[in-house]
Design a protein around this ligand. Structure first.
Ligand code: ACO
Length: 286
């Protein structure tokens, strides 16, 4: 059963732009404007931030999956409501709309729980922001990815150019941005936009399986790890080495027992092998 997050004083049409359900430790969050191919309007951007707020620290949420209702993941920014209507309000309107969209993408990049993009269909332009914000990404083989900005006369802004160069190589990024040609899920996996592409009817099962593996890991270590992978990409080797020492020491102060239990179950109890899976967290005393 999907939920709509109710917020006092906010119109129903805004609340309904995002749907979610929590099941077995996984929060399934959907762009919920299927009739508009889930393009991102200011209303959707505001509601998505509220839903992320609602779910981030809930004890029953260990992994968040972001997907789309209907045939699209997200057809990018809403050309009418995000561009035309906010531009008509002047610079303050434009900047306000940017703050709202960039705000939830940033929030998602540094989310407390691991995140997975489940790209079920169209993914365009501004959609690359949340795509990159998710830690892992799985796509339907037939999903279509496009930097269509060039097709309607702008550059791939809102981080999209940055995302393309972060995820794929220079030639791919340049061709993709200049030509305005789409790539399907298979090519997106080859290019590094997503981890894997699967037939649409297998997508949900694969994402569920991945999420369940993540749920079996130490949550403090997951957060430290996902942040480390994002941070070290921009550091020199020495800076990264230092950052990782500090990050681990900081993680230890939140969860000093977890890693000790992990060592104990391997070295003393001989009940598992870290090279082959995670330790049993249910045996951890604190
Ligand atoms: N902005 C505003 N409205 C949109 C958007 C969008 N990005 N995408 C789809 N819609 C609307 C359509 O206008 C249409 O509205 P209507 O029913 O009121 O006429 C409705 O969603 C359905 O769209 P169709 O085009 O009829 O759907 P179809 O399945 O045939 O095509 C496709 C899907 C290819 C995604 C097409 O809608 C499309 O090209 N959308 C724009 C994609 C795009 O370039 N996005 C912007 C990227 S750049 C950026 O994000 C900064």
């Amino acid at each position: 059963m999907t939920n709509i997050l109710h917020v006092e004083g906010v119109e129903q049409t805004e609340l309904e732009t995002v749907a979610y359900t929590v099941e077995g430790g996984i929060a399934w969050v959907s762009f919920n404007r299927p009739d508009k191919r889930n393009c991102m309007s200011p209303r959707l951007n505001r509601q998505m931030m509220r839903v992320l707020d609602e779910l981030e620290y809930r004890a029953d949420v260990g992994v968040l999956v972001l997907t789309g209702e209907g045939t699209a993941w997200s057809a990018g920014m809403d050309l009418k409501e995000y561009f035309r209507e906010t531009e008509s309000q002047g610079l303050a309107g434009t900047r306000g709309a940017q703050r709202e969209s960039y705000g939830w993408w940033r929030r998602l990049r540094w989310y407390q729980k691991p995140t997975i993009a489940m790209v079920n269909g169209w993914c365009f332009g501004g959609g690359y922001g949340p795509l990159f914000a998710c830690d892992l990404a799985f796509a339907a083989e037939d999903a279509q990815f496009g930097l269509s900005e060039i097709n309607w006369g702008i550059l791939p802004g809102g981080g999209a150019a940055k995302v393309a160069t972060e995820l794929t190589n220079f030639r791919n990024a340049m061709y993709h941005s200049l030509m305005g040609e789409n790539v399907d899920g298979k090519k997106a996996a080859e290019w590094g936009f997503v981890n894997e592409a699967l037939p649409l009817d297998q997508l949900n099962a694969r994402v569920t399986a991945v999420a369940n593996v993540l749920l079996s890991k130490n949550p403090i270590a997951l957060k430290a790890t996902k942040d480390a992978i994002r941070r070290v990409r921009e550091m020199t080797y020495d800076n990264a080495e230092d950052y990782l020492i500090r990050a681990q020491e900081s993680a230890n102060s939140f969860d000093n027992e977890g890693r000790k239990e992990g060592i104990k179950q391997f070295i003393d109890d001989k009940t598992y092998k870290p090279g082959l899976g995670a330790y049993d967290r249910s045996k951890q005393s604190v």
